[in-house]
Design a protein around this ligand. Sequence first.
Ligand code: UD2
Length: 349
Amino acid sequence: MMITPDTDWISNPSPYIILSEVKNKDVRILEVLGLCQQDPVNFRRENCSCRTRDMLSPQGLLYKQPSVLKGRTNVVTVTPWLAPIVWEGTFNPLIVDSIYKPMHLSIATTVFAVGKYVRFLRDFLETAEKHFMVDFKVHYYIFTDRREDVPAVVLAPGRNVTIIPVPGSNRWQEISSRRMEMIQTAIENQIGKEADYIFCLDVDTKFHGRWGAETLSRLVATIHPGYYEHTHEHYPYERRPASRAYIPAGEGDYYYGGATIAGYVRDVHKLTKYCREQLEADAANSIEAAWQEESHLNRYLLYNKPTKILSPEYLWQDFKAKNNEVQIIRFSQVNKNYAEVRPNVKKRK
Ligand code: UD2
């Protein structure tokens, strides 16, 4: 059975790699073997190949020897399901870059700038060019209803922008939630054919420090800066059983922010599709989860554990004072006048 030049899929079945490569009869054999699932998106083989790449590090690279005994002690750096939690001091950028930069990965980055939020785009893009996935091919997908207000920002070679027109809305909750559906559709139409990884980011933000390949993984979530010191009974989970985002008391890991979701394109596609379906099911029952798509995201991630978690260094809020755990703020939500920028107002968390 001729399937793929590498055999990693056997130990780590990856149906999307297989589907695009094999002839119909091989797909049938794989279905019988339980290795093949149908998916609406025809992901190219090379889009998914990142998982099978070797972690090659060049000979002669000199760096501080990693220790088995010494490391960060004032924060937890691994989850109970053994996913890393990325903090300053847990990775060596030199090693990470030496492994990932030669892979020539394509990184899709979605950002929504609808209505007055278009004003945040310039700072977002300019600071991203300084700090975000520097030296990688980054394709920004800007979803906006104000194409004419998208600023011209000089991008480094290999980086480009596509503007995707979207309708406005008079409810900010709808704009924020609808991102799930629109990202899902954009992956199916375009991003799935182009990118290895995808980052979905809030626009009312700025980068302040390195955000590099240490953030790459299959399914990446970020701990919300407002709740990392709290236990789950204090999380703003959706607590009404009538909502599809419901999380019963007693359950919970971390509270994840809706501002940064990332991973392999196919895994983020699965997540956005799930959230979109749950949002629609809630809407059909005239219910809106406490924090819209973020509530559905938190439910999804409770039962579909992320493979890597970004610490609050990767999602801070400008109004919060820096503290001992957070040695560097890499990405932060700017202070905004909610009453002024939103078409309708709701108190922030
Ligand atoms: C939180 C989340 C956000 C989202 C929201 C709940 C963090 C730090 N932020 O932020 O990701 O989950 O709760 O729905 O975790 N937008 C527009 N135009 C608008 C309104 C929103 O373009 O009029 C877009 C924009 O990209 C913005 C994003 O939607 O960054 C989220 O909206 P927000 O920043 O107003 O939501 P916020 O601050 O409550």
